[in-house]
Ligand binder design. Structure first.
Ligand SMILES: Cc1cc2nc3c(=O)[nH]c(=O)nc-3n(C[C@H](O)[C@H](O)[C@H](O)COP(=O)(O)OP(=O)(O)OC[C@H]3O[C@@H](n4cnc5c(N)ncnc54)[C@H](O)[C@@H]3O)c2cc1C
Length: 262
């Protein structure tokens, strides 16, 4: 995010900057743009707004991912969602979070929990398809579900799905807990990616075609390990919370005085 703005004498704002990877950015008429200490509504017909590129994606082909640029875009004061003057910047204060960044960050936990729910729906669909296929497909005179190599995969897929559901319910109830939201996204999304891959494996060559939606589920879910914060950033958030001692729940787990579930 490189967007800067300055306030004019009449209270309007002038935006300059650009941002890659904006969901629906290539088709949006109205968008919310965050600067360092404010957020604005920008309309796509404002002079100086450009949609530089629409990316072609591996999955999620309806997503319309855009690269947006703002060159001296005049934003009228009526379009300000919020704004707070920053104190004059010194080297130290530049490193501090601004109100806009804090405001944006409070949505990240709930977004990650919501992405986990999307992933659970994808996992459920992949498991359903794989179970049905394994009961119908006959090899060596038996349905392939009778081979442990296949049925144990299904057992593992269901176990990971159920564990993900339990974690999701807990994170949903505490969605402002950013470490728990990160834990949930990391666990559910990486497991769903694995579940989709295993479903495809169970289906053999037909899984790799588009006769069944499993190849699509696999391509679509891959984004969730990147968008909304990558797996690596989820791990960064979790370990930071643990080592800084913020993770009271985990500390109490270790000490055995747990309010275990909610
Ligand atoms: C389909 C799609 C839709 C998107 N929609 C939006 C949107 O609507 N709005 C929006 O703002 N963004 C959106 N994004 C952007 C998305 O959030 C970012 O792509 C994502 O956060 C990763 O940032 P990056 O691509 O700059 O990766 P980079 O930061 O360049 O990371 C590259 C690699 O380095 C790793 N890495 C980076 N820093 C660290 C670190 N400190 N420690 C360990 N590893 C690290 C990353 O995990 C990754 O593996 C979208 C992206 C995609 C693909």
């Amino acid at each position: 995010m490189k967007t800067l703005y300055r306030k004019d004498e009449d209270g309007d704002f002038m935006l300059n900057g650009e941002k890659r990877f904006i969901t629906n950015g290539s088709v949006a008429d109205i968008m919310v743009v965050y600067g360092r200490n404010g957020a604005f509504i920008v309309e796509s017909d404002f002079t100086g707004f450009e949609m530089l590129e629409e990316y072609k994606l591996m999955g999620l082909h309806g997503l319309n991912l855009g690269h947006l640029k703002f060159t001296d875009v005049n934003v009228p004061k009526e379009n300000i969602l919020f704004y707070r003057e920053l104190k004059p910047t010194t080297e130290g204060s530049q490193k501090k979070r601004t109100s806009a960044i804090s405001s944006m960050q409070q949505f990240l936990g709930p977004e990650r929990v919501a992405m986990s729910l999307q992933a659970l729906a994808v996992a459920k669909r992949a498991i359903e398809i794989a179970i049905k296929y394994s009961q119908e497909r006959v090899q060596f005179k038996k349905p392939i579900s009778e081979f442990e190599g296949i049925s144990f995969k299904i057992a593992e897929m269901v176990a990971n799905y159920e564990a993900g559901k339990a974690l999701y319910l807990r994170a949903y109830r505490k969605s402002q807990n950013s470490a728990l939201a990160a834990t949930c996204k990391l666990f559910v999304v990486t497991n769903t990616h694995k579940i989709c891959d295993e479903a495809l494996q169970i289906m053999g060559d037909i899984g790799y075609t588009n006769k069944y939606p499993v190849e699509r589920l696999l391509r679509d879910i891959r984004l969730h390990r990147i968008g909304g914060g990558t797996d690596e950033i989820m791990k960064y958030i979790i370990q930071k919370d643990i080592y800084k001692g913020f993770n009271r729940q985990f500390r109490e787990d270790i000490e055995g005085k747990v309010d275990f579930w909610f």
